[in-house]
Design a protein around this ligand. Structure first.
Ligand SMILES: Nc1ncnc2c1ncn2[C@@H]1O[C@@H]2COP(=O)(O)O[C@H]2[C@H]1O
Length: 343
């Protein structure tokens, strides 16, 4: 996530920011001269009390110059903010020990002796001890775009299931019912493209990966089969909860008029229909990234650009948008598709 960098005398360490993300620096050794917009000047020395606080380029700092060779640690402010949000959430309203014991107690049967699903752990417990979250997932995945209240609620509503090697979690062609996060274990994504032929392996998914979103977002059938390769644990979220907590806030819909303004300013139309549909008619300057090839074509897209995805109805484009948001892209959906808009 961050590492120690050496910066030579007379260099502004903020100029060496290759990621262009907003950053803070911690000074480990050497002397750093700082000049602020209000005219204040400071010399910070590594190891001093002052150097325990971050130097934040966004806080009125006009200039920073290394007065000697220095050592720094650079931190991405967005990532820091996301991690602090998580830290606060996992510390938020911790139940008293008795309450915690009550909510963690696994009730295996109701009064009539029927077996019940394993109850969810407390939300705070998911956040603290699940293997679902890595710094990179927090930084670029769906969780980086979700309001923290939704993340907490999502964990409240998720249930945990233990799964065995060989267990099929999703069958291609079935109705979509749940969204899944892999807490631990490995799953294989496969698809049958021709009847009677063996399935094609599309991908392997690991702890922290999610699946099962496409049928829920697009109201379609499952487009692949997901089979556990190892034993593991999954977190699952019901379709209605997924739509409310993830789809609604993550997929931003815009009208044709808004889309035209954005494309005039550099945003890119992406037609997610099949190539034959695209060739028949497409919006001016639109590129074609068919939904079924989206994952393999993602490396051809540019994260600095904004994409406006469209299809005829908004269904396939919503599914594409969700996958792109998961990968850290800025994306909008043409509301109602071309059918619902004046083209
Ligand atoms: N190429 C792929 N790589 C990774 N996951 C995939 C791929 N194709 C399909 N999936 C996942 O497999 C899931 C099958 O169910 P869904 O269609 O709901 O959502 C699908 C995606 O989450």
């Amino acid at each position: 996530m961050c590492f120690v960098e050496k910066v030579s005398k007379d260099i502004n360490p903020f100029r060496m920011n290759v990621s262009k993300a907003a950053q803070a620096l911690y000074l480990l050794s050497g002397e750093l001269g700082l000049r602020y917009a209000n005219g204040n000047k400071k010399i910070m020395r590594g190891g001093s009390e002052a150097s325990k606080h971050a130097v934040d380029a966004s806080a009125g700092l006009v200039e920073a110059i290394a007065l000697t060779d220095i050592e720094i640690v650079r931190i991405d402010l967005d990532l820091l903010d996301i991690m602090m949000t998580w830290d606060q959430l996992s510390d938020f309203e911790k139940p008293s020990t008795n309450e915690a014991q009550k909510s963690d107690t696994t009730k295996t049967s109701d009064n009539a002796g029927h077996s019940l699903a394993k109850p969810a752990r407390a939300a705070t417990s998911w956040m603290g001890d699940t293997g679902v979250f890595s710094a990179s997932k927090l930084q670029t995945g769906v969780f980086s775009r979700l309001p923290s209240a939704n993340i907490e609620e999502m964990f409240n509503r998720m249930t945990s299931v233990d799964v065995k090697a060989g267990q099929v979690i999703i069958h291609q062609g079935a109705e979509g019912d749940y969204y899944y996060l892999i807490e631990n274990g490995t799953a294989v994504v496969s698809r049958i493209t021709e009847a009677g032929q063996p399935p094609t392996i599309l991908a392997e998914l690991h702890a922290g990966d999610a699946f099962g979103e496409e049928a829920l977002v697009s109201d379609n059938k499952r487009n692949a089969t997901i089979t556990m390769k190892t034993e593991g644990a999954l977190l699952k979220l019901k379709k209605t909860d997924f739509i409310e907590l993830l789809k609604a806030p993550l997929i931003s819909q815009i009208t044709m008029e808004e889309a035209r303004k954005l494309t005039a300013n550099g945003s890119i139309w992406v037609d997610v229909r099949f190539p034959s549909e695209y060739q028949f008619d497409h919006l001016p300057k639109a590129i074609n990234i068919p939904l079924n090839e989206l994952r393999s074509l993602i490396p051809t897209l540019d994260k600095q650009k904004e994409y406006i995805v469209y299809c005829q109805t908004g269904r396939r484009s919503s599914a594409s948008a969700f996958v792109l948001v998961e990968q850290g892209f800025r994306v909008q959906v043409l509301q109602g598709g071309t059918r619902g808009s004046k083209v």
